[in-house]
Design a protein around this ligand. Structure first.
Ligand code: TMP
Length: 253
């Protein structure tokens, strides 16, 4: 049988043609990059963890009615997704100051923001994904005002969901990035959450210790990235080998 067609290869994932029109297979690589790929490494097991974690978050979003591209997980590294036309924006939601926002405004890392703040970067590696105001997005036709209203609403729903899920396992959701894409049902266009939701694209801090459990571990050389993601997966109960504490034998009378 012919190998299926590769449609796109990014820094952390590969997209293949799906089994049916309108579907794709999303493959999660072990490659980690930071600072627009100036720093790179292969982190064994990262792809498997992100495949599982993205499945977990997207399935949860589906359960509360937030539309997204996830259809089903196929194997350890691959999932079947709906094909979308990606909007060329990185949509970032921040609850606490960190990263580029803390740097730009001289804010202390971890400072609670007055409310969740949504910002947009233009997706272009050659330019280093520059932050762009809504005015640019509309003027250049990357999205309409109506699209942006829908995108902000989606992003805030994802934020509420992700903050709650993380809170439940003792993790603070500092910020995260999502991407959205367009799908058409006949002539009717909808925006849905696409790409991935994983510790690659979030900042996750342990609530008690402040320990970082996201890609900053790699960006800032704070330890083993795979261990950090495994800890997130273990707390959420999504590891297949999650047999240590939760499933202790119990006496049956
Ligand atoms: P930033 O503070 O570096 O702008 O990052 C904000 C959030 O977006 C953080 O959770 C990490 C995530 N992010 C990505 O997913 N991809 C990227 O290329 C960058 C720069 C950040």
């Amino acid at each position: 049988m012919a190998r299926r067609k590769k449609l796109y290869e990014g820094k952390a994932k590969v997209l293949y043609e799906g089994p049916e029109p309108g579907t794709l297979v999303q493959y999660f690589k072990d490659d980690a990059t930071a600072f627009n790929a100036q720093k790179r490494d292969v982190i064994e097991g990262k792809g498997v963890l992100n495949n599982r974690l993205s499945e977990f978050f997207m399935t949860g979003l589906t359960a509360i009615g937030v539309p997204n591209h996830f259809i089903k997980r196929l194997n350890m590294r691959e999932q079947l997704i709906r094909q979308v036309e990606i909007v060329p924006l990185e949509i970032i939601v921040r609850n606490f100051a960190a990263g580029s926002m803390a740097k730009r405004l001289g804010l202390e890392e971890g400072m609670a923001l007055p409310r969740p703040i949504v910002e947009f970067s233009y997706k272009d590696d050659a330019l280093g994904d520059p932050l762009v105001p809504e005015e640019y997005i509309i003027a250049f036709g990357w999205a309409t005002q109506q699209d942006l209203d829908d995108i902000v609403a989606l992003a805030l729903r994802v934020n509420d969901f992700m903050s709650g899920v993380m809170h439940g396992v003792g993790i603070k959701l500092v910020d995260f990035k999502i991407e959205v894409g367009r799908v058409w049902d006949n002539d009717f266009m909808r925006l849905i959450v696409a790409d991935e939701i994983s510790p690659d694209s979030c900042r996750l801090w342990d609530m008690d210790t402040g320990q970082k459990l996201d890609k900053d571990v790699f960006r800032q050389d704070l330890g083993n990235l795979s261990d950090a993601y495994t800890e997130v997966a273990r707390r959420l109960g999504v590891l297949p080998t999650n047999v240590t504490h939760a499933t202790k034998p119990t006496l049956i009378n």
